[in-house]
Write a protein that binds this ligand. Structure first.
Ligand code: SF4
Ligand code: SF4
Length: 450
């Protein structure tokens, strides 16, 4: 186990070239553990360079824009006024990279992002968006999606365009980008200047990663977006290929990496209490989340690190972390290596609340169930035996919290195991198995037979 969780300090330093980080190339995730209120520095953001683009190390992920409370029976709307205020603050503090997709926020993210950015000169920021043709991968449907992005974002060029979420299977890649001629079309669009940089985001299996990367000689990928964090470095977790492998393969070919999910869907900010105390003791002035951001931002071949910031305090905290970046030291890496080892003792489910598995045709609220379970694990409220010291308290917290977080009809007991949700999960979570396991646990808790 220890070998599996090793960050391998020397390996990390060698592969990532932290020492040269300043010159090379140059999630509404809850943050229960974070309470940092220090001043937010202005004008000190760290930047990385690619082909003349000077990109802020902190990139804005636009998949979690704030929403207004919905009236009964209606869908919630994006709170554009607050989005504008967040964008204003971000730009004022040096952020210039904004990453969206046609599928984010039920299709409204590009529109809201376009409205907010349109108030600034077009050459003062970079837009990234994606071909998210998961549902309709026909040529017509894909073309329509591509064209609509320009309309919604109110622009006549896209700075960074991605084939969205490659990696589920070779067939999926073939169907979405090759058979319909979309990849050839996008390469032509790059030649015409309507796309300035072409790349892809990766979630899935290594075979597909290797195959698509091997096309680099022919296609020239300008960048690739991957997950990288101190839990996945050096070994694979369910649903994630070893980040060390991904990063090294990109670096070998001189392809810059853009980092998504630096907090692993909030799991590295909302950590178990014991881990939070450990991080705070090491650096009382910094937030729990800042460790994960420093880890993701330190490697020299990282162009930008995306964070989906719904709340101003998260935006401020991340700006603090990268204004400027304090690259990780040897001591920090040793410390994170041991932190990762301890984290692996907590068996959370790698759900990042992306909701791609929703809606379930049987009404199950999949992410709410998994997140409640993870929360209880993190807070030490998952008893394995009625002999546990805090059994009564933990049992009560789990059951009461479960009914509060998930309406009864949407709980795991109603999952019929049809498996329709499984192919949609980028984390490759075995959703029905996990739901049934949680349901069995709930039943045992209710009957007091643990
Ligand atoms: S396996 Fe369960 S959660 Fe998934 S779609 Fe079917 S009923 Fe819903
Ligand atoms: S189960 Fe998978 S698809 Fe569903 S919210 Fe979690 S990570 Fe996303």
């Amino acid at each position: 186990m220890e070998n599996e969780t090793k960050i391998s300090r020397r390996g990390f330093l060698k592969i990532t070239g932290i020492a040269g980080a300043a010159t090379v190339l140059a999630s509404g995730c809850g943050r229960r553990n974070d309470e940092v209120t220090a001043e937010v520095p202005e004008g000190q953001m760290t930047y990385r360079n690619l082909n003349g683009d000077r990109i802020s190390l902190l990139g804005y992920g636009c998949m979690r824009w704030p929403q207004k409370a919905a009236a009964e029976g209606q869908e919630s709307e994006i709170d554009q006024e607050t989005v504008n205020a967040l964008v204003d603050y971000a730009i004022e503090h040096g952020i210039n990279y904004f990453d969206t997709a046609p599928t984010y926020l039920r299709g409204f993210s590009e529109d809201a992002t376009g409205i907010a950015l349109k108030r600034y000169p077009r050459d003062s920021y970079y837009i990234a968006t994606k071909l998210s043709n998961f549902g309709d991968s026909s040529r017509e449907g894909s073309m329509a999606m591509y064209r609509q992005s320009f309309i919604d974002l109110q622009t006549d060029y896209i700075d960074y365009y991605l084939l969205h979420s490659i990696g589920r299977s070779m067939e999926d890649f073939q169907k979405r980008y090759i058979d319909n001629g979309m990849l050839d079309f996008l390469i032509e669009e790059r030649k015409a200047g309507r796309i300035r940089h072409l790349g892809w985001s990766f979630h899935g299996i290594q075979e597909v990663f290797d195959y698509v990367l091997s096309m680099h000689d022919r296609i020239h990928w300008d960048f690739v977006q991957i997950q990288l964090n101190y839990l996945d470095w050096g070994h694979a977790t369910p649903g994630n290929v070893n980040a060390e492998y991904l990063y090294s393969e990109l670096t070998k070919r001189g392809i810059p990496a853009i980092i998504m999910e630096p907090l692993l869907g909030g799991r590295l900010s909302n950590v178990p209490d014991r881990i939070a105390a450990r991080l705070k003791e090491q650096d009382p002035e910094s937030s729990v989340a800042s460790w994960a951001f420093r880890f993701a931002g330190s490697p020299g071949n990282v162009l930008t690190v995306l964070s989906g910031m719904t709340y101003m305090e998260h935006l401020q905290d991340n700006i603090r972390t990268y204004s400027p970046l304090r690259p990780l030291t040897d001591e920090d890496l040793d410390f994170l290596e041991e932190t990762a080892r301890q984290m692996h003792e907590y068996p959370t489910i790698p759900c990042n609340d992306c909701k791609y598995c929703m809606p379930c045709p049987y009404g199950i609220d999949i992410p709410a169930i998994l997140l409640h379970y993870n929360k209880c694990v993190n807070e030490g409220n998952l008893s394995v035996s009625s002999r546990d010291e805090n059994y009564r308290e933990a049992r009560r917290a789990f059951l009461i919290g479960y009914d509060r977080s998930v309406p009864k009809l949407r709980q795991a007991s109603h999952c019929i195991g049809c498996g329709q949700c499984v192919p949609h999960c980028p984390q490759s979570i075995k959703i029905p198995q996990e739901l049934h396991r949680i349901d069995r646990y709930v039943e045992k808790l209710k009957q007091g037979i643990l």
